[in-house]
Design a protein around this ligand. Sequence first.
Ligand SMILES: [Zn+2]
Length: 590
Amino acid sequence: MRWDIAQLIENTDPDWITSKLEEMVESANGLARKYRGKINDLDAKGLLALLEARDDFSLKYEGVTEYTSLKYSADSTDAVSKRLNEAVKKSGTKAGQALAFMEIELGVLLKVKPGLVTDPVLHEYRHFLERIVRRIPHVMTEELEKLTMSKDQNGVSAWSQLQGDWLGTRTFKITIDGVEKTMPYGEIISLYQSPDRELRKEANRVVYDGLGRDDQLWASAIRSICGDHLQMCEWRKYEAPITQSLIDNDVEQAAINALMRTMEESVGAYHRYLRLKAKLMGLEKLGNWDIVAPLPGVPEKKYTWEESRKEVVSAYRSFDPEWAGWVDEMYERRHVDAEVRNGKRSGAFCASWLSGKSAWVLQSFNGQMGDVYTQAHELGHAVHAYLGSRHQKPSNYEIGSCIAETASVFGELLLTDKLLAEAKTKEESRTILATVLDEFGMAAYQVSARVFFEQGVYEAIKEGKFLDGETVSDLWTEGRDKIYGDAVDWLPEMKWEWTMKPHYYIPNYRFYNYPYVYAQLFVFALYRLYKEQGRAFVPKMKTLLAAGSSRSPTELAEDIGFDVTSEDFWRKGIQQFEAFVDQLEAAIDC
Ligand SMILES: [Zn+2]
């Protein structure tokens, strides 16, 4: 299936699109002329008019910007797509710059008139304004903000560039079937998934040995990046190294503490799964090179496009007919691009189409079970967009990482139960369960190890430790061992694993990992509650998704009766994980 993105705009003529983009920049400039320097004088009604104008602006030009970027994702080799993509990027930057004053001036206004946040006239924008208020104390003067931007560009950002260049230009030597091969990083890492166990192990050894040889470089980078962050925390008056991330993700420390404690206390459940997986692979114990390896000797089941559509729609139908209707509409209106083509962006995504009260999904469908899962996942994002766009303004549909995967992973779990019910053999059930359990293991448990590592790094700095390569590696293995204990054998070279995680090198990406743990465990907890409460849970899930970003993640849970600062809530997610492990155990012949 190929999507029909022409629905996004009245006219697909490239000249018309370019003129529309120019009009967008002019319209942004118009808003700037109207409001720049005047926000300070606004009362509640005036502020409402401004916020509505801002939302109308983004709805008005959503179609044209979305059309051009989707067209480029669908074929990046097409000359017109390329030209339009450049044009949309340029005009997007121009419009963004023209409107950048708004947030700063809104901050000033709310500082002087904090009562506006709770003014009934502005009730729809309450949380949007609350988020600005939370950021206000940490904004510096305009001059200092500009200075920070320019020092970052040539300073701390260079580490991320260097790391990317290193990974992009180094080659690794590895012997395959007696022949020595030289491979770039991007190619050798695909061997981690090889069915040949020794090859997986050797690929890991070769890569991390190579990375570890430059440990001085990586340690310098980590010291500078953390040092820069701590200095900026002082300038911006953040209480702790994690504060900025908490504000960005709209969450509270208490919730993250409860979440991470739950992860740490529940590692036994993960160890149990890892031992079962070892058994399925005929091993005493897994090596780190086996953790996400495919189960051996499983014949892969193939799905046709029609079969996949049927499975996905009926998985959603088992939860709610309205959801299934929206998912089916995505196919019916050709909002899904699944054809495998040259020039098409790899991977998959779902783009919300708020003005059309719908969404667009791109993937490359090869008929594997993983593709059916991807489809269920992306269409879950679409369901979120259907609900959000029917209930919220664009300002209230800026979904943060902690919540963004709620509908998508929920859809994957619905599909899992559907496929398990239809599985004809124990092998089939095991493959389905291992897929889900591996994914949770990586997204929740393995990512938790990275959270512990980053916490450890800042504690070490506080204690005055010098972070050389070996010290950073010790912190890495400490975090890792908290999660894996003795359930897995690690190659000694794996102590250098921290060196290749790009996000540790990107400025303003500190404490990037816990939202992923949050997202994963949150959905598993919700799914558990659905299993416990049955149909009564359906409207709660809809309320949660329909709220978009008009409520914080904590409030979203509160609205449907749960407390994310309590471990009791998070343990529900672990119970769901354990239920799948139980099912896997039952599918193993002893
Ligand atoms: Zn997703």
